[in-house]
Write a protein that binds this ligand. Structure first.
Ligand code: TXA
Ligand code: MG
Length: 327
């Protein structure tokens, strides 16, 4: 596939059956770009070992190229060929893989992930996703696959094939459609570099569950004395076109409403409720899709109900604060 990273492409819609999975893996092996499902969000996948293929990701997403990417693998054994796992990293991998956890570890001497995917760092971000279709593609591709969320940079993460196609159609080779994703927020990112595991990004595995496994509190990136070392922590990120107003009681005139729990605003003409019963897992799975739907209504702002800061609420509030950040 000798296209320049930014040349226009015909984007195929592939079904998530044996033929579609085989074609997706073949495209990836040939250096192509494929949006594929994971249990968190759709990923924009490319061969992580090929700098040219990875460059295509940055071009299609219009992403600032200093952001390192997550490399996805089918199992722990193949991940251990790419990175050096200390006792904490190993315990976390054994407990949460396959699943929505990314581990940032020192790159191994034999690491094949390209410099570009690692943004020149001596570390590598590794994840074994739980989605059966992602697993099948990764096993067939037989190499680490880089995949940031399948949306253009700064936009809302894609949680369905339609979202991925809307943002990236004409810029990538294929979208592998396995329906909407289950978790709805990205993986939790934890670094295990110097014996003190750090939370770089809250996500699909709650912090409390990780702390339970390592038996100590996580250092939070951005805490006093710790610079935010994950560029994905950039404040203005995941932004809809509309302004976002957080911790709202009720919508003001012209505003759309993103509710949570029995908040009494469901009759508002531009209202969606993340979880009428107040279930944080259900809320996470709807977050990005509902933000997109409300945004297309063209409101003056999207007012969002208060979300409890516990369990998956930490990741939901993190994404909402970025969506609301001044830009
Ligand atoms: O759920 C997910 O994680 C999705 C799906 C597709 O797997 N992927 C995803 O990738 O969200 P991305 O590229 O959007 O997020 C990568 C995060 C960013 O916060 C990035 O800065 C951080 O991981 N990261 C990657 N490599 C790193 C490294 N070596 N050191 C520190 N942070 C790193
Ligand atoms: Mg993203």
């Amino acid at each position: 596939m000798n296209q320049s990273p930014s040349a226009p492409r015909q984007t195929k819609l592939l079904a998530a059956d044996a033929a579609g999975i085989a074609e997706a893996a073949e495209l990836l092996r040939a250096g192509g770009l494929v949006a594929l499902p994971t249990e968190t969000v759709y990923g924009l996948a490319a061969d992580a070992t090929s700098g040219t293929a990875v460059a295509g990701i940055y071009a299609a997403k219009e992403r600032p190229s200093f952001n390192p990417l997550i490399s996805h693998l089918p199992d722990l054994a193949s991940a251990r060929r790419q990175g050096l796992f200390d006792a904490n990293a190993l315990a976390l991998a054994q407990n949460f893989w396959p699943g929505p956890l990314t581990l940032v570890v020192p790159a191994s001497p034999g690491c094949t992930v390209s410099e570009l995917a690692r943004a020149g760092l001596a570390t590598v971000a590794l994840r074994v996703p739980a989605h059966p279709v992602a697993h099948a593609v990764l096993a067939a591709a037989g190499r680490p696959i880089a995949a940031p969320s399948a949306n253009r940079s700064g936009r809302i993460s894609a949680t369905s094939a339609e979202d991925a196609l809307a943002d990236l159609g004409g810029r990538i080779d294929a979208v592998l459609d396995a329906g909407p994703t289950e978790v709805g927020v990205e993986s939790t990112v934890v670094s295990c570099l110097d014996g003190a595991p750090r939370l770089l990004r809250p996500g699909g595995v709650p912090r409390e569950a990780i702390e339970h496994v390592i038996g100590r509190p996580l250092v939070i990136a951005g805490d006093a004395g710790h610079a935010p070392i994950s560029p994905g922590m950039l404040a203005s990120h995941y932004a809809p076109a509309a302004r976002v107003r957080l911790d709202a009681e009720a919508p003001q005139p012209g505003e759309a409403w993103l509710g949570f729990g029995p908040d009494g605003n469901d009759d508002h003409p531009q209202a969606l409720n993340l979880s009428p019963s107040g279930d944080l897992r259900e809320a996470a799975s709807h977050l990005f899709g509902y933000l997109r739907r409300l945004d297309t209504l063209g409101p003056s702002a999207i007012a969002v109900a208060r979300i409890p800061e516990q369990g998956l609420g930490e990741a939901i509030n993190d994404r909402l604060r970025r969506a609301a950040a001044p830009r």
